[in-house]
Ligand binder design. Structure first.
Ligand SMILES: *Cc1c(COP(=O)(O)O)cnc(C)c1O
Length: 374
């Protein structure tokens, strides 16, 4: 049996090796390593795929978020509503820009912002809502956009884990990351669309915001050596862009495999009383960046279960062990019960497209075995 991994990038490379090696070699020979033609081609292909007007390739997913907020011209102390059960990039970027993260709870069913708890956190200083589309699902964007309109707020979407997921509810439809004012993604190697190093992108349908982000990402220059605003240096390089072009052509197929694997898990693990399986929203498709279960009971139960899996050669991960409002760096004295509970009971299983049928059967059988005994 093949060794089971959470993410199996080397098997994926073996399958794409011929094409990738040829294209990388050709870039090496052309010598356009920065702002080469592949970057523009990738941006255009992503615009077409996501049906969004502008895609701007940048250095990584965290930079993409930083650039999105820099483009909005917010004032120090302005508040941004974000989920507490998510990755750290959002509060980090906000605090670096002297903005204030205002943490809101998520729902256990979606792992995304609880839209019923947003309005009570809005103050005179609130300027934006920033949902994170966690694990491959999509937040309840129609409600979020309605609230944003009512209070005159921007909507910035973190779609690092949900590229390719589609949403449709009420007046809101389209791809994750392309529904609000600005969306961002990450091309970190383990993401659904990942490169072989760092990379990210910003999405927007606004010409004005696109121009601003492009300028900010390029030292605030309008022309070479003429700097209009204080920017940063954040570029997607040519080799990464070319690798992403190859992988973008497989994204639909890979996301479908992830969905098939999720279905296998759901049918294979159904009927186990101690487990809560993830469910798909009726408003969106899912791209299963993670397959995340919840364990009923105490966190010791989870540790015991994870140890068992490790001993059986089955890797697992806890995304995430501590909510953002309880992190030392972003500490806030609020209570967000669902986020706190999820951090105690979630566990993610391998779901990469390279996971073999045989290996998934092995994982399912071992988990069934464990809950029969315990
Ligand atoms: C991966 C990730 C990021 C950060 O992306 P980098 O490219 O590593 O900077 C931001 N937000 C979420 C939700 C992520 O999963």
């Amino acid at each position: 049996m093949k060794k089971i991994q959470m993410v199996d990038l080397s098997s994926q490379y073996q399958r794409l090796k011929h094409e990738i090696d040829l294209r990388i070699q050709s870039i090496m020979e052309q010598g356009h390593f920065i702002h080469g033609p592949s970057v523009k081609l990738l941006e255009e292909e992503l615009q077409e795929f996501l049906q969004v007007k502008h895609v701007i390739g940048v250095g990584n997913g965290t930079d993409a978020l930083q650039l999105a907020f820099m483009a909005l011209d917010l004032q120090p102390g302005d508040e941004v509503i974000i989920p507490s059960f998510a990755y750290a990039a959002l509060p980090e970027v906000l605090l670096l820009l002297n903005l204030k993260p205002v943490f809101v709870d998520v729902t256990a069913a979606t792992f995304c912002l609880d839209v019923t708890q947003i309005e009570q956190k809005i103050t005179k200083k609130t300027k934006a809502i920033a949902p994170v589309h966690l694990f491959g699902g999509v937040a309840e964007m129609d409600s979020i956009i309605q609230i944003a309109k009512k209070y005159g707020l921007f909507v910035i979407e973190d779609a690092a884990q949900s590229i390719g997921a589609q949403y449709c509810s009420g007046a809101t439809y389209g791809f994750a990351g392309c529904l609000g004012d600005i969306g961002t993604t990450s091309f970190f190697p383990s993401k659904n669309l990942g490169c072989y190093g760092d990379g990210g992108a910003v999405f927007t349908n606004s010409d004005l915001l696109a121009e601003k982000v492009r300028k900010l990402a390029n030292h605030g220059q309008s022309k070479k050596y003429f700097h209009d605003i204080v920017g940063v240096n954040s570029r997607l390089d040519t080799i990464q862009a070319e690798i992403l072009r190859i992988k973008l052509s497989k994204l639909v197929e890979y996301n479908q495999i992830r969905n098939d694997l999720a279905e296998q898990y759901i049918s294979g693990l159904s009927g186990i009383d101690d487990l809560i399986l993830p469910s798909k929203s009726t408003h969106s498709t899912h791209v299963f960046h993670q397959f995340t279960l919840r364990l009923k009971g105490q966190s010791e139960t989870r540790e015991q279960f994870r140890n068992y899996l490790t001993n059986q050669g089955i890797p697992s991960m806890v995304y995430y062990p501590l909510p953002l409002h309880k992190q030392i760096a972003y500490l806030q004295d609020v209570q967000l019960k669902v986020s706190e509970q999820l951090c105690e009971d979630v566990i993610s299983l391998p779901i990469c497209p390279e996971l073999t049928h045989e290996n998934q059967e092995y994982i399912i059988n071992n988990i069934r075995q464990y809950f029969k005994k315990n």
